[in-house]
Design a protein around this ligand. Structure first.
Ligand code: OGA
Ligand code: MN
Length: 235
């Protein structure tokens, strides 16, 4: 997985899906497409709406909006462990970890499990577990260019962003901007955070940033990890 040939296409069209409402029935071809794009380009973006279905997406939208309304998300921090700091010049989103407390979260987790198993079978990544949080970026919020894992730590390996914004326009800002890891200033693509769109990339390799949003932007961020599952799970 170390050799990534860039630039990647802006967006990948994965094979058509049979009508699925159940994570167990995720098309093997869909997973093939995901694994191929990831190993060839290091990242991809795909419309996962046909996969997840409108009712699950609507339930997730409702949950994150309710959390936001109730001020139940907290300011995100950067760094790890005791080095965690709050730096508003780097990131300004607010987050809430998903604990699998609701039916919608459990349904989403079963898709994530299917993706984890599917990527392990195809790319031998040895992914052991995942962590996921909701994120909101209010108008003016951004996340400067970064990678999601410290090189060589094999902690976060694959990042999946799932966007929860109906009728998002280019003019609303908030795009995920993806960079070429070999030529740091080269932009490989921008993903508009429209409802059901998923961006998937290699956590250690792919530099990316969230451009300033001009309206509230909702998402789920999930990281598949190679390290041991910590006990107890972090809150
Ligand atoms: C992150 C991140 C990107 C996005 O949370 O680390 O880069 O599009 N998010 O939300
Ligand atoms: Mn990131």
């Amino acid at each position: 997985m170390k050799t990534v040939s860039m630039p990647a296409p802006f967006s990948v069209l994965l094979p058509g899906l049979a009508q699925t409402t159940d994570a167990d029935r995720v098309d093997a071809e869909w997973l093939d497409g995901l694994a191929d794009s990831l190993s060839e380009h290091g990242w991809l973006s795909v419309d996962a709406r046909p996969l997840l279905g409108d009712s699950l997406l609507a339930a997730l939208c409702e949950e994150v909006r309710t959390l936001d309304r109730n001020d139940a998300l907290r300011v995100a921090r950067i760094g790890r462990g005791l080095d965690k700091t709050r730096d508003r010049s780097v990131r300004r989103d607010r987050i809430a970890w998903l604990q699998g407390e609701t039916g919608a979260q459990r349904a989403l987790f079963s898709y994530f499990e299917t993706i984890q198993t599917g990527l392990n079978q195809r790319l031998f990544l040895g992914l052991k577990w995942f962590e996921a949080h909701y994120a909101t970026y209010h108008s003016g919020d951004f996340y400067r260019k970064h990678v999601d894992s410290f090189q060589g730590r094999a902690s976060r390996v694959v990042s999946v962003m799932l966007y929860l914004n109906k009728h998002w326009q280019e003019a609303d800002g908030g795009a995920l901007q993806v960079y070429n890891p070999d030529r740091e200033l080269e932009i490989c693509g921008r993903v508009v955070p429209e409802l059901g769109r998923m961006a998937v990339f290699l956590s250690e390799e792919i530099p990316h940033e969230v451009l300033p949003a001009h309206r509230t932007r909702y998402s789920v961020a999930c990281w598949f990890r190679q390290d041991e599952i910590p006990l107890p799970l972090p809150l």
